[in-house]
Write a protein that binds this ligand. Structure first.
Ligand code: UDP
Length: 342
């Protein structure tokens, strides 16, 4: 009998891939999500509709199930939006996580995997970025994640729980058979937007800044395949289940170790899709550091984790496959539901 796992925010892009991997490996999972950015269609297995700000509902869920581990991915996560809606971000991310930690304490659940972000580093001084790089988030979003990391590590020091905190770099790509993928409404991320242009859903891609101090003037990011990200959660949970109470936990980067510029992403997407993908040069976007490339040595050494699907070509091929297949049908349904509601 496999352990029972609560996946909070499991209807989102990364959460749906995490849930899929655990289910494939025989775990009993329950996804809890308010579907503000997630999609019911992306959840395989048991689903509970609920908000992390609704502590009564969380209490009910924790009372009805005996969870062995909580994987917490629910968050407001757009850097630009976080500057203009700070209260929304502080409320949802901080209060929501406090509610989860309170319920874990009350119901004696002592293991957590938490989704953090490279945004906690702000503009790093050293590359590749290791976990000991000073934390200096510029955005409200990044700061909420820094505070949550501290909430979790402080609780762990008191023997309240053990944790794996994963600092994702740029999760991208889609499930290898095209079953799950990236679907944000509205979309703001580079790769899905570039592919929307290739499909003719958008006329062009705007490049946010061409005057950065990088070889081609555009920002460099470390794109990590979402299936590799899901595998980091899987290995994290295995570690938590095996290690007992002896170790508080680990904070781990999850990246490919390779950086690609915005122009390189667009050029590779042109090759994979065989489409023109027109571009327009635009202004820099607030909070974008010129370069973010991870050292993932720590997670490799600890778990034997490797980014096996994270070549830029595989990321774009799987994302394109998802775009051409299931994304459109879910998007169609969502849009028509919106029209009915609207
Ligand atoms: N970007 C861009 N045009 C877009 C969306 C993103 O030039 O329409 C750039 C963005 O400035 C960043 C990179 O693409 O340098 C990746 O952005 P994304 O929003 O995908 O992820 P982030 O790095 O913000 O987490």
């Amino acid at each position: 009998m496999h352990e029972k796992i609560l996946i909070v925010g499991g209807a989102g892009y990364i959460g749906s891939h995490v849930n899929c991997l655990f289910k494939q490996n025989g775990f009993d999972t329950i996804t809890y999500d308010n579907l503000t950015t997630g999609h019911r269609e992306l959840v395989e297995g048991k689903f509970i509709f609920g908000d992390i700000l609704d502590i009564q509902n969380l209490d009910k869920v924790f009372s009805e199930h005996k969870f062995d581990v909580v994987i917490h991915l629910a968050a407001k996560s757009l850097i630009s939006e976080s500057y203009v809606k700070p209260i929304l971000y502080y409320d949802n991310n901080l209060v929501g996580t406090l509610n989860i930690l309170k319920m874990m304490e009350k119901h004696n659940v002592k293991k957590v995997v938490f989704s953090s972000t490279a945004s906690v580093y702000g503009t790093p001084m050293h590359h590749p970025v290791t976990e000991s790089e000073p934390l200096n988030p510029d955005s409200v979003y990044g700061f909420t994640k820094q505070v949550i990391e501290r909430m979790i590590t402080d609780t762990a020091k008191n023997k309240g729980l053990s944790y794996i905190i994963l600092r994702y770099f740029n999760a991208a790509g889609a499930e290898l058979n095209g079953k799950y993928g990236e679907l944000h409404i509205p979309e703001t991320h580079l790769i899905p937007l570039v592919l929307d242009v290739a499909m003719g859903l958008e006329s062009h891609i705007e490049i946010f800044g061409t005057d950065y101090d990088t070889p081609d003037g555009t920002c460099i990011r470390d794109y990590i395949h979402v299936v590799d990200v899901a595998d980091a959660h899987f290995k994290g949970v295995q570690w938590l289940l095996e290690q007992g109470e002896s170790d508080e936990g680990h904070i781990l980067n999850v990246g490919s170790g390779h950086g690609f510029s915005v122009l390189e992403v667009i050029e590779t997407a042109r090759k994979i899709t065989d489409e023109e993908i027109p571009t327009v040069e635009g202004q820099r976007r607030p909070g974008d550091p010129p370069k973010l490339v991870a050292s993932s040595e720590k997670i490799s050494n600890l778990f034997g984790w490797e980014p096996i699907h994270s070549s830029l070509e595989t990321i774009l091929e799987t994302a394109w496959n998802w775009h051409l297949g299931r994304k459109l049908s879910i998007l169609g349904k969502t849009e028509s539901i919106r029209q009915v509601i609207g």
